[in-house]
Design a protein around this ligand. Structure first.
Ligand SMILES: [Fe+2]
Ligand SMILES: [Fe+2]
Length: 179
């Protein structure tokens, strides 16, 4: 039966497997950001809480985008089981450092998928993943900028309050300054 289904799709088993892993990773990101939003809420960082709720939503959209692709290609998209979601964090700055690490890990994972797709001459998956390659430039930029604010503004006095207020205003202009 499995082979029969396989005959109806050009999606190679290896590609289906790594795309399902990416589905899981995006869902895991979504869950981590939700936990971060709750931590920020509990600790009085309301603006950052809003920022992480939004991030969490975005990661779910990323998950669905890949999920739909696997399904549309005739593959078996697997609804991911999410485990190991950290519920507590060491501090305000630590959250943003963790978020940046998470985004860098996602970028590396996406690059590996593109690499494998190219090795296997899967041009559809290669092309599909380019959206994610571009998205990660923005995601990493915003996450890196958030960490930078801790040094630029400083955490002393009203610093954390100022950082919290500045977080949702971070935006990526796609390199517009070079135009
Ligand atoms: Fe994502
Ligand atoms: Fe992300």
């Amino acid at each position: 039966m499995k082979d029969l289904v396989r005959m109806r799709t050009s999606l190679k088993e290896e590609i289906e497997r790594i795309l399902n892993e990416q589905i899981k990773m995006e869902a895991h990101s979504s869950a981590i950001y939700l936990a971060m939003a709750a931590w920020c809420d509990r600790n009085g960082f309301d603006y950052s809480a809003g920022y992480f709720y939004k991030q969490s939503e975005e990661e779910r959209k990323h998950m669905l985008k890949i999920f739909n692709y696997v399904s549309d290609m005739g593959g078996h998209a697997i609804s991911p089981e999410i485990t190991n979601v950290p519920q507590d964090f060491d501090g305000f700055r630590d959250i943003f450092e963790l978020a940046l690490q998470q985004e860098i890990a996602v970028t590396n994972s996406i690059n590996r998928i593109v690499g494998t797709a190219r090795q296997l001459n899967d041009f559809a998956t290669d092309q599909f993943m380019q959206w994610f390659v571009n998205e990660q430039i923005e995601e990493e930029y915003v996450a890196r900028r958030a960490v930078e604010l801790f040094d630029v503004i400083g955490e002393e006095g009203v610093g954390r309050y100022m950082i919290d207020k500045a977080i949702p205003k971070i935006s990526y202009d796609g390199g517009a300054e070079a135009e």
